[in-house]
Ligand binder design. Structure first.
Ligand SMILES: NC(=O)c1ccc[n+]([C@@H]2O[C@H](COP(=O)([O-])OP(=O)(O)OC[C@H]3O[C@@H](n4cnc5c(N)ncnc54)[C@H](OP(=O)(O)O)[C@@H]3O)[C@@H](O)[C@H]2O)c1
Length: 270
């Protein structure tokens, strides 16, 4: 039997698949570019991706807080459990009421469940939409001076793989953060130190952020969703640490300085 890794070409999914390979644990990627293809926006693709699968790492795209996500998670988990899936591991977002609603759907699905509820990923600055701003030396976001405990996605992948392959993680909700609170100005300082370049953080209005994203071709619904998300989860509600990495793995979470040092080549100006 196989594990379906939804978003298996993305930041956490790719790492989960790599770890499962090392463990010789069969897996299949669920994403639009995979074969069979899996698309959240085309429910006819779900059953073929679930064929022969007994566990699923569920990552949603673009975000569990976006309209339609809850209905998709509900329909997908029902289909999965009806088809014989017995273990679900959900990637969730911290401080998001809509993500918590999706967690409850998974918790009541009838499958053995683990929730991995995460703070902002460190890798947003090296593999996500903040890579280009870092390369340009200016991170401009509509976020005030609120600290966030950024988490390393390698820690997330370690927890997810433990939940998928080991006993003792069923029925657990792990809240994953890094070991330190950092403002976006602190992040810019960390990245400057690691790279030897001048990288600054500039707070902008939601309108200014939308205009910049529009120029880069980000779809309108994603811009709206991102602005909503920034305002909602970066209002101070998540400005505290959690110990999910230690609870799940018995070791501390990786610090931002280690992440920045290890990835400094990524931010070499092209
Ligand atoms: N980024 C953060 O800081 C953060 C923090 C907490 C929680 N999260 C959660 O993490 C999840 C993933 O976010 P991410 O930004 O890090 O993305 P990501 O996992 O790095 O990349 C997106 C993945 O989803 C796939 N995908 C894109 N559109 C899809 C579609 N319509 N149907 C099926 N698969 C699709 C992509 O592959 P293809 O292109 O091949 O389809 C890719 O594998 C989101 O639910 C988000 O809420 C993120």
């Amino acid at each position: 039997m196989t594990t379906l890794v939804l978003g298996g070409t993305g930041k956490t999914g790719r790492r989960v698949a790599n770890r499962l390979t090392v463990l010789d644990h069969p897996w299949r990627i669920g994403s639009r570019s995979a074969r069979p293809s899996f698309d959240w926006t085309d429910r006819s693709t779900w059953a073929p991706a679930l064929d022969g699968v007994d566990s699923v790492y569920v990552t949603y795209y673009p975000d569990l807080a976006f309209p339609g996500a809850l209905e998709d998670i509900d329909a997908f988990t029902s289909l999965a459990v009806a088809g014989g899936v017995t273990r679900l591991v959900l990637l969730s977002g911290r401080g998001e009421p809509m993500a918590e609603a999706a967690e409850r759907v998974v918790q009541s699905s009838g499958a053995d469940w683990t929730i991995v509820r995460c703070s902002w990923f460190m890798q947003n600055f090296s593999e996500g939409y903040l890579l280009d701003p870092v390369l340009e030396g200016v991170i401009a976001l509509p976020i005030a001076d609120v600290p966030e405990p950024f988490v390393d996605v390698d820690d997330i992948a370690d927890v997810v793989v433990a939940a998928l392959t080991q006993k003792g993680h069923g029925g657990k909700l792990y809240e994953l953060t890094g070991p330190r609170l950092l403002t976006f100005a602190d992040v810019a300082a960390e990245l400057s130190k690691a790279t030897g370049r001048d990288i600054v953080y500039v707070p902008v209005t939601a309108e200014e952020f939308a205009a910049g994203a529009r120029e880069q071709g980000v779809p309108e619904n994603e811009i709206e969703g991102l602005n909503g998300l920034f305002a909602e989860v970066l209002d101070g509600r998540n400005a505290h640490l959690a110990d999910g990495v230690h609870q799940a793995l018995g070791r501390p979470a990786r610090d931002f300085t280690d992440y920045a040092t290890a990835n400094k080549a990524t931010w070499t100006v092209r």
